[in-house]
Design a protein around this ligand. Sequence first.
Ligand SMILES: *Cc1c(COP(=O)(O)O)cnc(C)c1O
Length: 372
Amino acid sequence: MTLSATNTPQTTDTFTKPCQWSGLIETYRSYLPVTASTPVVTLLEGNTPLIPTPALSEAVGKGVKVLVKYDGLNPTGSFKDRGMTLAISKAKEAGAKAVICASTGNTSASAAAYATRGDMQAFVLIPDGYVALGKLAQALVYGAQVLAIEGNFDDCLRIVQELAANYPVTLVNSVNPYRLEGQKTGAFEIVDNLGNAPDWLCIPVGNAGNITAYWMGFCQYHQHGKCDRLPRMMGFQAAGASPLILGEPVAHPETIATAIRIGNPASWEKAVAVKDASQGQFNSVTDEEILAAYRLLASKEGIFCEPASAASVAGLLKVKDQVPTGATVVCVLTGNGLKDPDTAIQHCNNQLQRGIEPTTTAVAEVMGFSST
Ligand SMILES: *Cc1c(COP(=O)(O)O)cnc(C)c1O
């Protein structure tokens, strides 16, 4: 038997040339503060899909096209990896042996993974009892030293800033400027995919680093002629943790969306500047609205994000009357739904039917098929 020509590889090149994405530092090197001697610590993050969401587009109406930037598909399941690859690479370049962060969960998972990858120790401070299970599991299994504080995220951030100022540990929260530099690549990818900037960018806001980073990315690409417009930046906070909407810190932030359960955002002034420069807005969404958007994304679009991420979609639906006809809107889905299985099971378990007898007849009956 002979192999047909079409089954035979044309050249061995097919197998030897690098055909995979090389991570965001390599891809966007000329836009990032790295040099040839920066050790690149990467898990090949970035290059996440920009997915059209027809059910959402229809819900908004007016010929508006809605897409989601599903950053939950990064190596540790959140956009934090974009900032962490750069922050950890720069920490390594500077000779750091240990890094520290405060976290509502995703930063700790990401810091733990990238620190391990870069052969450094990670210390993470988390608010005890307010970190989703998947995130805690990640930080532990990647080998971080996890310190649960009897306080909230804002307490954790204050402490790690003081520790980093006084001890030989590098701070990798988003107050570290390399975090934002890495995170701005999310905007680059959106423009690379769409061929231009969207009309609106809807994004959840907690510590307000990501909204700042996305705007940096859009502006930098605009300066380089990669897009000829800039989006309105629409930031959404959870109603129980909405200092930017209230105009003052919230002492006891509360929301089911633990990733944005923050009362005193570190990038407050920057985020306000972004809103003003982009003619954007800040709005709040209730936990009910967040959960409705969370369920809609999963059950109508097949996209499972974590509750905080759904704030961008809940927000869009809340202010949809303001979206211009025919606009292109991108909602950033910051984290993966698998991070927080408790919320999924607690709030979406009405389809779960238990106690079924182990016979085909019984199962068929429950499924609604009549017996023959
Ligand atoms: C960190 C995080 C946010 C908030 O981003 P900020 O930069 O703190 O505003 C939102 N969603 C998820 C899933 C996150 O992990």
